[in-house]
Design a protein around this ligand. Sequence first.
Ligand code: HEC
Ligand code: HEC
Length: 441
Amino acid sequence: MFSLRMILVLAIGSLALSVAAEEPKLSVDSFRREALLRRFDADEDGTLNDRERAVLREAFGGVDVPLLPQRSDDYASIRLPKHVDAAEFAQGDNSTKQNVLTNEGAVLGRVLFYDTRLSRNNTVSCAACHEQRAGFSDPKQFSVGFEGGRTGRNSMGLANLRFTNLKGARPGFFWDERAATLEAQVLMPIQDRIEMGMELGELEAKLQKLPYYPPFFAAAFGSPDVTRDRIAKAVAQFLRSMVSLNAKFDRAADAAGGDYSAEFDKFTEQENLGKSLFIDGIGGVAEMGCAHCHIPPTFGMPKAFNNGLDLKSKDQGLGALGRSSNDPFTPSNDGKFKAPSLRNIALTAPYMHDGRFKTLEEVVEHYSRGVHRHENLGLAFGDQPGARATTGFQLTDEQKAALVAFMKTLTDETLISDPKFSDPFVRQTRSVSEGERSKKR
Ligand code: HEC
Ligand code: HEC
Protein backbone atom coordinates (compact mmCIF):
# COMPACT_ATOMS: atom_id res chain seq x y z
CA MET A 1 0.00 0.00 0.00
CA PHE A 2 1.38 3.44 -0.96
CA SER A 3 1.22 6.10 1.65
CA LEU A 4 0.92 9.71 0.61
CA ARG A 5 4.37 10.29 2.01
CA MET A 6 5.92 7.62 -0.20
CA ILE A 7 4.26 9.02 -3.31
CA LEU A 8 5.61 12.43 -2.43
CA VAL A 9 9.10 11.07 -1.93
CA LEU A 10 8.93 9.27 -5.28
CA ALA A 11 7.66 12.36 -7.08
CA ILE A 12 10.34 14.61 -5.62
CA GLY A 13 12.93 11.96 -6.35
CA SER A 14 12.10 11.78 -10.04
CA LEU A 15 11.95 15.57 -10.27
CA ALA A 16 15.44 15.80 -8.84
CA LEU A 17 16.56 13.10 -11.26
CA SER A 18 15.27 14.93 -14.32
CA VAL A 19 16.99 18.18 -13.26
CA ALA A 20 20.20 16.26 -12.62
CA ALA A 21 20.05 14.71 -16.08
CA GLU A 22 19.86 18.13 -17.72
CA GLU A 23 22.62 19.77 -15.75
CA PRO A 24 25.13 17.72 -13.79
CA LYS A 25 25.36 18.82 -10.17
CA LEU A 26 28.39 21.06 -10.04
CA SER A 27 31.36 20.23 -7.86
CA VAL A 28 34.94 21.43 -7.86
CA ASP A 29 35.70 18.48 -10.12
CA SER A 30 33.31 19.85 -12.76
CA PHE A 31 35.88 22.62 -13.30
CA ARG A 32 38.88 20.36 -13.72
CA ARG A 33 40.61 20.14 -17.07
CA GLU A 34 39.31 16.77 -18.19
CA ALA A 35 35.70 17.47 -17.22
CA LEU A 36 35.65 20.78 -19.11
CA LEU A 37 37.42 19.32 -22.16
CA ARG A 38 35.02 16.37 -22.19
CA ARG A 39 32.10 18.77 -22.40
CA PHE A 40 33.45 21.59 -24.55
CA ASP A 41 36.45 20.47 -26.62
CA ALA A 42 34.32 19.70 -29.71
CA ASP A 43 37.25 19.17 -32.10
CA GLU A 44 39.11 17.14 -29.46
CA ASP A 45 42.44 18.87 -29.98
CA GLY A 46 43.13 19.14 -26.25
CA THR A 47 42.56 22.90 -25.96
CA LEU A 48 39.58 25.20 -26.08
CA ASN A 49 39.58 27.52 -29.05
CA ASP A 50 37.61 30.75 -29.19
CA ARG A 51 34.43 29.15 -30.46
CA GLU A 52 34.57 26.38 -27.83
CA ARG A 53 35.20 28.99 -25.15
CA ALA A 54 32.12 30.86 -26.28
CA VAL A 55 30.01 27.69 -25.99
CA LEU A 56 31.41 27.04 -22.52
CA ARG A 57 30.64 30.58 -21.45
CA GLU A 58 27.05 30.23 -22.67
CA ALA A 59 26.63 26.91 -20.85
CA PHE A 60 27.50 28.63 -17.58
CA GLY A 61 25.12 31.53 -18.08
CA GLY A 62 27.47 33.89 -19.90
CA VAL A 63 30.30 34.13 -17.37
CA ASP A 64 33.95 33.13 -17.53
CA VAL A 65 34.62 30.12 -15.31
CA PRO A 66 37.85 28.76 -13.85
CA LEU A 67 39.62 25.72 -15.24
CA LEU A 68 41.55 23.81 -12.57
CA PRO A 69 44.38 21.33 -13.15
CA GLN A 70 43.41 17.66 -13.15
CA ARG A 71 45.43 17.00 -9.99
CA SER A 72 44.83 19.52 -7.27
CA ASP A 73 47.75 21.86 -6.56
CA ASP A 74 49.58 21.81 -3.27
CA TYR A 75 49.47 25.09 -1.39
CA ALA A 76 49.53 23.88 2.18
CA SER A 77 53.02 22.39 2.39
CA ILE A 78 55.71 25.03 2.32
CA ARG A 79 59.27 23.95 1.58
CA LEU A 80 61.81 26.16 3.31
CA PRO A 81 65.43 26.37 2.16
CA LYS A 82 68.00 24.93 4.57
CA HIS A 83 69.30 28.32 5.65
CA VAL A 84 65.90 29.19 7.12
CA ASP A 85 65.30 27.80 10.58
CA ALA A 86 61.83 26.24 10.52
CA ALA A 87 61.05 26.73 14.20
CA GLU A 88 62.13 30.36 14.16
CA PHE A 89 60.17 30.92 10.99
CA ALA A 90 57.02 29.37 12.44
CA GLN A 91 57.13 32.06 15.11
CA GLY A 92 56.94 34.76 12.46
CA ASP A 93 53.99 33.07 10.74
CA ASN A 94 50.85 35.20 11.01
CA SER A 95 48.47 32.30 10.18
CA THR A 96 45.84 31.71 12.84
CA LYS A 97 43.99 28.70 14.20
CA GLN A 98 40.78 30.33 12.95
CA ASN A 99 42.11 30.24 9.40
CA VAL A 100 44.30 27.25 8.71
CA LEU A 101 45.75 27.09 5.20
CA THR A 102 44.19 24.24 3.19
CA ASN A 103 44.54 23.41 -0.49
CA GLU A 104 40.79 23.84 -1.05
CA GLY A 105 40.81 27.23 0.67
CA ALA A 106 43.80 28.46 -1.33
CA VAL A 107 42.25 27.29 -4.62
CA LEU A 108 39.13 29.29 -3.81
CA GLY A 109 41.40 32.21 -2.88
CA ARG A 110 43.14 31.95 -6.25
CA VAL A 111 39.80 32.04 -8.09
CA LEU A 112 38.66 35.07 -6.07
CA PHE A 113 42.02 36.84 -6.59
CA TYR A 114 41.64 36.60 -10.39
CA ASP A 115 37.90 37.24 -10.58
CA THR A 116 36.89 40.59 -12.09
CA ARG A 117 33.42 40.05 -10.59
CA LEU A 118 34.80 41.22 -7.27
CA SER A 119 34.58 44.74 -8.69
CA ARG A 120 31.37 46.70 -9.20
CA ASN A 121 31.41 46.66 -13.00
CA ASN A 122 33.25 43.34 -13.47
CA THR A 123 36.37 44.99 -14.89
CA VAL A 124 39.04 44.75 -12.17
CA SER A 125 40.38 41.80 -10.21
CA CYS A 126 43.05 41.85 -7.52
CA ALA A 127 45.44 40.68 -10.23
CA ALA A 128 44.74 43.78 -12.31
CA CYS A 129 47.00 45.66 -9.89
CA HIS A 130 49.05 42.69 -8.67
CA GLU A 131 50.46 40.95 -11.77
CA GLN A 132 52.29 37.67 -11.30
CA ARG A 133 55.01 38.48 -13.86
CA ALA A 134 55.71 41.74 -11.99
CA GLY A 135 56.17 40.00 -8.64
CA PHE A 136 52.45 40.63 -8.00
CA SER A 137 52.84 44.39 -8.21
CA ASP A 138 51.77 46.86 -10.90
CA PRO A 139 54.28 48.26 -13.40
CA LYS A 140 52.28 51.50 -13.43
CA GLN A 141 53.20 54.24 -10.93
CA PHE A 142 49.57 54.40 -9.81
CA SER A 143 47.05 51.67 -10.54
CA VAL A 144 43.81 52.08 -12.45
CA GLY A 145 40.64 51.22 -10.54
CA PHE A 146 37.26 49.94 -11.73
CA GLU A 147 36.05 53.29 -13.06
CA GLY A 148 39.38 54.47 -14.40
CA GLY A 149 40.35 56.34 -11.21
CA ARG A 150 43.96 56.24 -9.98
CA THR A 151 45.12 54.84 -6.66
CA GLY A 152 46.86 57.25 -4.30
CA ARG A 153 49.89 54.99 -3.88
CA ASN A 154 51.99 52.52 -5.86
CA SER A 155 50.82 48.90 -5.75
CA MET A 156 52.91 46.59 -3.56
CA GLY A 157 54.59 43.32 -4.51
CA LEU A 158 52.96 40.38 -2.73
CA ALA A 159 55.40 37.83 -1.33
CA ASN A 160 55.99 36.41 2.10
CA LEU A 161 52.93 38.19 3.50
CA ARG A 162 52.58 35.19 5.76
CA PHE A 163 55.91 35.83 7.41
CA THR A 164 56.97 38.82 9.31
CA ASN A 165 60.62 39.36 10.12
CA LEU A 166 62.18 37.08 12.66
CA LYS A 167 62.88 39.72 15.28
CA GLY A 168 59.45 39.63 16.82
CA ALA A 169 57.77 42.79 15.60
CA ARG A 170 54.72 42.26 13.41
CA PRO A 171 53.98 45.05 10.95
CA GLY A 172 50.51 45.69 9.58
CA PHE A 173 49.64 45.57 5.89
CA PHE A 174 49.73 48.40 3.31
CA TRP A 175 52.43 51.10 3.11
CA ASP A 176 50.92 52.72 6.21
CA GLU A 177 50.23 49.46 8.11
CA ARG A 178 46.54 50.34 8.38
CA ALA A 179 45.34 46.70 8.12
CA ALA A 180 46.23 44.72 11.23
CA THR A 181 45.66 41.29 9.69
CA LEU A 182 45.72 39.80 6.22
CA GLU A 183 42.04 38.85 6.58
CA ALA A 184 41.16 42.50 7.29
CA GLN A 185 43.37 43.68 4.44
CA VAL A 186 41.62 41.54 1.81
CA LEU A 187 38.21 43.20 2.27
CA MET A 188 39.62 46.73 1.96
CA PRO A 189 40.47 46.91 -1.79
CA ILE A 190 37.10 45.28 -2.55
CA GLN A 191 35.28 48.15 -0.83
CA ASP A 192 37.70 50.88 -1.88
CA ARG A 193 35.84 53.57 -3.87
CA ILE A 194 38.64 53.79 -6.44
CA GLU A 195 39.87 50.19 -6.58
CA MET A 196 36.85 47.83 -6.78
CA GLY A 197 33.86 49.76 -5.42
CA MET A 198 31.79 46.90 -3.97
CA GLU A 199 29.67 46.64 -0.86
CA LEU A 200 30.15 43.38 0.99
CA GLY A 201 26.47 42.43 1.18
CA GLU A 202 26.12 42.94 -2.56
CA LEU A 203 29.29 40.97 -3.16
CA GLU A 204 28.06 37.98 -1.15
CA ALA A 205 24.80 37.88 -3.11
CA LYS A 206 26.60 38.33 -6.43
CA LEU A 207 29.10 35.54 -5.85
CA GLN A 208 26.46 33.18 -4.47
CA LYS A 209 24.73 33.31 -7.87
CA LEU A 210 27.80 32.46 -9.93
CA PRO A 211 27.83 28.76 -10.90
CA TYR A 212 31.32 27.98 -9.59
CA TYR A 213 31.33 29.60 -6.16
CA PRO A 214 28.87 27.46 -4.17
CA PRO A 215 30.84 24.24 -4.89
CA PHE A 216 34.17 25.98 -4.27
CA PHE A 217 32.97 27.41 -0.95
CA ALA A 218 31.57 24.00 0.01
CA ALA A 219 34.93 22.34 -0.68
CA ALA A 220 36.81 24.95 1.33
CA PHE A 221 34.43 25.55 4.23
CA GLY A 222 31.96 22.66 4.33
CA SER A 223 28.87 24.46 3.03
CA PRO A 224 28.10 26.45 -0.13
CA ASP A 225 27.38 29.72 1.69
CA VAL A 226 29.30 32.76 0.46
CA THR A 227 30.14 35.09 3.33
CA ARG A 228 32.51 38.04 3.66
CA ASP A 229 34.36 36.22 6.39
CA ARG A 230 34.98 33.23 4.13
CA ILE A 231 36.00 35.45 1.20
CA ALA A 232 38.57 37.13 3.42
CA LYS A 233 39.83 33.83 4.77
CA ALA A 234 40.20 32.15 1.38
CA VAL A 235 42.06 35.04 -0.22
CA ALA A 236 44.28 35.35 2.86
CA GLN A 237 45.11 31.66 2.52
CA PHE A 238 46.07 32.12 -1.12
CA LEU A 239 48.24 35.11 -0.21
CA ARG A 240 49.90 33.14 2.58
CA SER A 241 50.81 30.39 0.16
CA MET A 242 52.86 32.88 -1.89
CA VAL A 243 56.08 32.18 -0.11
CA SER A 244 59.12 33.41 -1.97
CA LEU A 245 62.30 31.75 -0.75
CA ASN A 246 63.66 30.17 -3.91
CA ALA A 247 66.08 32.62 -5.47
CA LYS A 248 69.79 32.67 -6.25
CA PHE A 249 70.26 34.14 -2.77
CA ASP A 250 68.70 31.05 -1.15
CA ARG A 251 70.71 28.55 -3.19
CA ALA A 252 73.91 30.43 -2.43
CA ALA A 253 73.08 30.80 1.27
CA ASP A 254 72.32 27.08 1.54
CA ALA A 255 75.64 26.25 -0.09
CA ALA A 256 77.37 28.55 2.42
CA GLY A 257 75.80 26.72 5.36
CA GLY A 258 73.39 29.56 6.10
CA ASP A 259 75.99 32.11 7.20
CA TYR A 260 74.91 35.35 5.50
CA SER A 261 78.20 37.07 6.34
CA ALA A 262 80.34 34.41 4.66
CA GLU A 263 81.48 34.85 1.06
CA PHE A 264 78.95 32.95 -1.05
CA ASP A 265 80.73 30.63 -3.53
CA LYS A 266 77.72 30.79 -5.83
CA PHE A 267 77.82 34.61 -5.97
CA THR A 268 79.96 36.76 -8.25
CA GLU A 269 82.47 39.07 -6.58
CA GLN A 270 80.11 41.97 -7.24
CA GLU A 271 77.11 40.19 -5.69
CA ASN A 272 79.21 39.34 -2.64
CA LEU A 273 80.25 42.99 -2.27
CA GLY A 274 76.58 44.01 -2.54
CA LYS A 275 75.57 41.41 0.02
CA SER A 276 78.20 42.63 2.44
CA LEU A 277 77.08 46.27 2.08
CA PHE A 278 73.41 45.29 2.39
CA ILE A 279 73.66 42.84 5.29
CA ASP A 280 76.88 43.59 7.18
CA GLY A 281 76.50 47.31 6.61
CA ILE A 282 78.41 50.12 4.94
CA GLY A 283 81.97 49.98 6.31
CA GLY A 284 80.93 46.83 8.21
CA VAL A 285 78.69 48.80 10.62
CA ALA A 286 75.48 46.76 10.87
CA GLU A 287 73.42 49.77 11.99
CA MET A 288 74.34 51.39 8.69
CA GLY A 289 73.15 48.47 6.59
CA CYS A 290 70.07 48.11 4.47
CA ALA A 291 69.27 44.94 6.44
CA HIS A 292 68.77 47.07 9.54
CA CYS A 293 65.33 47.80 8.05
CA HIS A 294 64.94 45.17 5.28
CA ILE A 295 65.64 42.01 7.27
CA PRO A 296 66.74 38.68 5.73
CA PRO A 297 65.67 36.06 4.91
CA THR A 298 62.34 37.60 3.80
CA PHE A 299 63.83 41.11 3.48
CA GLY A 300 60.58 42.39 4.96
CA MET A 301 60.39 45.27 7.47
CA PRO A 302 59.64 44.97 11.20
CA LYS A 303 57.68 48.25 11.16
CA ALA A 304 57.32 51.48 9.25
CA PHE A 305 60.33 53.82 9.01
CA ASN A 306 61.18 57.08 7.31
CA ASN A 307 63.90 56.76 4.71
CA GLY A 308 64.29 60.45 3.88
CA LEU A 309 62.51 60.68 0.54
CA ASP A 310 61.54 64.31 1.32
CA LEU A 311 62.24 66.87 4.02
CA LYS A 312 58.50 67.28 4.51
CA SER A 313 56.27 64.41 3.40
CA LYS A 314 53.18 65.10 1.30
CA ASP A 315 51.76 61.70 2.21
CA GLN A 316 52.18 61.15 5.96
CA GLY A 317 51.84 57.35 5.73
CA LEU A 318 51.58 55.83 9.20
CA GLY A 319 51.48 59.39 10.60
CA ALA A 320 47.98 59.94 9.21
CA LEU A 321 46.57 57.20 11.45
CA GLY A 322 47.06 59.26 14.62
CA ARG A 323 48.97 56.69 16.67
CA SER A 324 51.87 57.64 18.91
CA SER A 325 55.42 57.26 17.55
CA ASN A 326 56.36 53.64 16.83
CA ASP A 327 59.86 54.09 18.28
CA PRO A 328 61.48 56.09 21.11
CA PHE A 329 63.89 57.93 18.78
CA THR A 330 61.48 59.89 16.60
CA PRO A 331 58.80 62.42 17.60
CA SER A 332 55.94 61.05 15.45
CA ASN A 333 54.97 58.64 12.68
CA ASP A 334 54.77 61.32 9.99
CA GLY A 335 56.38 60.19 6.73
CA LYS A 336 56.87 56.62 7.92
CA PHE A 337 56.09 53.75 5.57
CA LYS A 338 56.42 49.98 5.58
CA ALA A 339 58.01 48.61 2.40
CA PRO A 340 56.95 45.13 1.24
CA SER A 341 59.40 42.20 1.19
CA LEU A 342 62.28 43.02 -1.18
CA ARG A 343 61.97 39.53 -2.66
CA ASN A 344 61.51 39.97 -6.45
CA ILE A 345 62.36 43.66 -6.11
CA ALA A 346 63.96 43.68 -9.58
CA LEU A 347 60.47 42.96 -10.99
CA THR A 348 58.34 45.35 -8.98
CA ALA A 349 59.37 48.76 -10.38
CA PRO A 350 58.54 51.56 -9.93
CA TYR A 351 59.65 51.98 -6.32
CA MET A 352 58.53 53.60 -3.05
CA HIS A 353 54.98 54.36 -1.86
CA ASP A 354 54.56 56.92 -4.63
CA GLY A 355 56.45 55.00 -7.29
CA ARG A 356 58.88 57.92 -7.70
CA PHE A 357 61.92 55.83 -8.71
CA LYS A 358 61.86 53.93 -12.00
CA THR A 359 64.96 51.79 -11.44
CA LEU A 360 66.96 50.18 -8.65
CA GLU A 361 69.86 52.42 -9.69
CA GLU A 362 67.72 55.46 -8.81
CA VAL A 363 66.82 53.85 -5.46
CA VAL A 364 70.48 53.30 -4.60
CA GLU A 365 71.36 56.84 -5.72
CA HIS A 366 68.77 58.07 -3.21
CA TYR A 367 70.37 56.06 -0.40
CA SER A 368 73.81 57.24 -1.45
CA ARG A 369 73.30 61.00 -1.34
CA GLY A 370 69.61 61.93 -1.61
CA VAL A 371 68.40 61.19 1.94
CA HIS A 372 66.61 64.22 3.41
CA ARG A 373 66.97 64.97 7.09
CA HIS A 374 63.30 64.38 7.89
CA GLU A 375 62.54 64.77 11.59
CA ASN A 376 61.59 61.07 11.76
CA LEU A 377 64.51 59.81 9.66
CA GLY A 378 65.60 56.26 10.51
CA LEU A 379 68.64 55.94 12.78
CA ALA A 380 70.64 54.12 10.10
CA PHE A 381 71.19 57.48 8.42
CA GLY A 382 71.84 59.39 11.63
CA ASP A 383 75.55 59.85 11.98
CA GLN A 384 76.64 60.71 8.50
CA PRO A 385 79.56 63.17 8.34
CA GLY A 386 78.72 66.80 7.53
CA ALA A 387 75.42 68.41 8.51
CA ARG A 388 74.13 68.90 5.00
CA ALA A 389 70.47 69.09 4.03
CA THR A 390 70.68 65.67 2.45
CA THR A 391 72.68 62.76 3.66
CA GLY A 392 73.19 59.10 2.77
CA PHE A 393 75.77 56.38 2.67
CA GLN A 394 78.07 58.22 0.19
CA LEU A 395 78.61 55.12 -1.95
CA THR A 396 81.18 54.72 -4.73
CA ASP A 397 80.02 53.73 -8.21
CA GLU A 398 81.35 50.23 -7.58
CA GLN A 399 79.35 49.92 -4.35
CA LYS A 400 76.16 51.22 -5.99
CA ALA A 401 76.41 48.69 -8.83
CA ALA A 402 77.12 45.94 -6.30
CA LEU A 403 73.98 46.75 -4.27
CA VAL A 404 71.86 46.58 -7.42
CA ALA A 405 73.49 43.27 -8.41
CA PHE A 406 72.78 41.88 -4.95
CA MET A 407 69.11 42.89 -5.02
CA LYS A 408 68.77 41.04 -8.34
CA THR A 409 69.75 37.80 -6.57
CA LEU A 410 66.40 38.03 -4.73
CA THR A 411 64.36 37.25 -7.85
CA ASP A 412 62.39 34.02 -7.41
CA GLU A 413 61.65 32.56 -10.82
CA THR A 414 59.33 29.90 -9.39
CA LEU A 415 56.89 32.35 -7.79
CA ILE A 416 56.46 34.35 -10.98
CA SER A 417 56.05 31.32 -13.26
CA ASP A 418 54.24 28.76 -11.08
CA PRO A 419 50.86 27.99 -12.71
CA LYS A 420 49.26 27.50 -9.29
CA PHE A 421 49.55 31.25 -8.74
CA SER A 422 48.35 32.16 -12.25
CA ASP A 423 44.98 33.19 -13.68
CA PRO A 424 42.71 30.10 -13.62
CA PHE A 425 39.90 31.55 -15.76
CA VAL A 426 39.05 30.43 -19.26
CA ARG A 427 39.05 33.89 -20.78
CA GLN A 428 37.61 35.03 -24.05
CA THR A 429 40.36 36.23 -26.38
CA ARG A 430 42.41 39.03 -24.92
CA SER A 431 41.18 41.55 -27.45
CA VAL A 432 37.56 40.90 -26.46
CA SER A 433 38.02 41.20 -22.69
CA GLU A 434 40.34 44.21 -22.95
CA GLY A 435 37.88 45.91 -25.24
CA GLU A 436 35.20 45.34 -22.62
CA ARG A 437 37.32 46.92 -19.90
CA SER A 438 38.13 50.09 -21.80
CA LYS A 439 34.52 50.44 -22.94
CA LYS A 440 33.28 50.37 -19.36
CA ARG A 441 35.77 52.96 -18.11
C1 HEC B 1 43.15 49.17 -8.38
C2 HEC B 1 44.36 48.52 -7.92
C3 HEC B 1 44.32 47.48 -6.85
C4 HEC B 1 43.43 46.43 -6.71
C5 HEC B 1 42.22 46.12 -7.56
C6 HEC B 1 43.88 45.68 -5.58
N1 HEC B 1 45.01 46.23 -5.05
FE1 HEC B 1 46.11 45.50 -3.52
N2 HEC B 1 47.19 47.20 -3.47
C7 HEC B 1 47.07 48.23 -4.37
C8 HEC B 1 47.78 49.39 -3.87
C9 HEC B 1 47.86 50.74 -4.58
C10 HEC B 1 48.34 49.02 -2.61
C11 HEC B 1 49.06 49.93 -1.64
C12 HEC B 1 47.95 50.80 -1.01
C13 HEC B 1 48.33 51.56 0.23
O1 HEC B 1 49.27 51.19 0.91
O2 HEC B 1 47.62 52.51 0.55
C14 HEC B 1 47.96 47.62 -2.40
C15 HEC B 1 48.36 46.86 -1.32
C16 HEC B 1 48.00 45.53 -1.12
C17 HEC B 1 48.49 44.67 -0.06
C18 HEC B 1 49.45 45.05 1.06
C19 HEC B 1 50.81 44.40 0.92
C20 HEC B 1 51.74 44.66 2.07
O3 HEC B 1 52.92 44.27 1.97
O4 HEC B 1 51.33 45.26 3.08
C21 HEC B 1 47.89 43.46 -0.22
C22 HEC B 1 48.08 42.21 0.64
C23 HEC B 1 47.01 43.56 -1.36
N3 HEC B 1 47.11 44.82 -1.89
C24 HEC B 1 46.18 42.55 -1.80
C25 HEC B 1 45.10 42.78 -2.67
C26 HEC B 1 43.98 41.87 -2.84
C27 HEC B 1 43.82 40.55 -2.14
C28 HEC B 1 43.15 42.45 -3.75
C29 HEC B 1 41.81 41.95 -4.24
C30 HEC B 1 40.81 41.67 -3.24
C31 HEC B 1 43.77 43.71 -4.15
N4 HEC B 1 44.93 43.88 -3.47
C32 HEC B 1 43.23 44.55 -5.10
C33 HEC B 1 46.36 48.21 -5.55
C34 HEC B 1 45.30 47.34 -5.78
C1 HEC C 1 65.84 53.26 8.16
C2 HEC C 1 65.30 52.13 7.46
C3 HEC C 1 65.81 51.83 6.06
C4 HEC C 1 67.09 51.58 5.64
C5 HEC C 1 68.37 51.61 6.45
C6 HEC C 1 66.99 51.25 4.23
N1 HEC C 1 65.69 51.31 3.84
FE1 HEC C 1 65.00 50.82 2.00
N2 HEC C 1 63.14 51.43 2.56
C7 HEC C 1 62.80 51.91 3.81
C8 HEC C 1 61.46 52.43 3.77
C9 HEC C 1 60.73 53.05 4.94
C10 HEC C 1 61.00 52.24 2.46
C11 HEC C 1 59.65 52.67 1.90
C12 HEC C 1 59.67 54.18 1.82
C13 HEC C 1 58.49 54.82 1.13
O1 HEC C 1 57.95 54.26 0.20
O2 HEC C 1 58.13 55.92 1.56
C14 HEC C 1 62.08 51.61 1.73
C15 HEC C 1 62.00 51.24 0.39
C16 HEC C 1 63.03 50.59 -0.29
C17 HEC C 1 62.91 50.07 -1.62
C18 HEC C 1 61.65 50.12 -2.49
C19 HEC C 1 60.65 49.05 -2.11
C20 HEC C 1 59.45 49.01 -3.02
O3 HEC C 1 58.77 47.98 -3.04
O4 HEC C 1 59.15 49.99 -3.71
C21 HEC C 1 64.12 49.51 -1.94
C22 HEC C 1 64.47 48.81 -3.24
C23 HEC C 1 64.99 49.71 -0.82
N3 HEC C 1 64.30 50.37 0.17
C24 HEC C 1 66.32 49.32 -0.77
C25 HEC C 1 67.19 49.69 0.25
C26 HEC C 1 68.62 49.57 0.18
C27 HEC C 1 69.41 49.03 -1.01
C28 HEC C 1 69.11 50.05 1.34
C29 HEC C 1 70.55 50.22 1.77
C30 HEC C 1 71.38 51.02 0.89
C31 HEC C 1 67.98 50.44 2.16
N4 HEC C 1 66.83 50.23 1.46
C32 HEC C 1 68.08 50.95 3.43
C33 HEC C 1 63.59 51.90 4.93
C34 HEC C 1 64.94 51.68 4.91
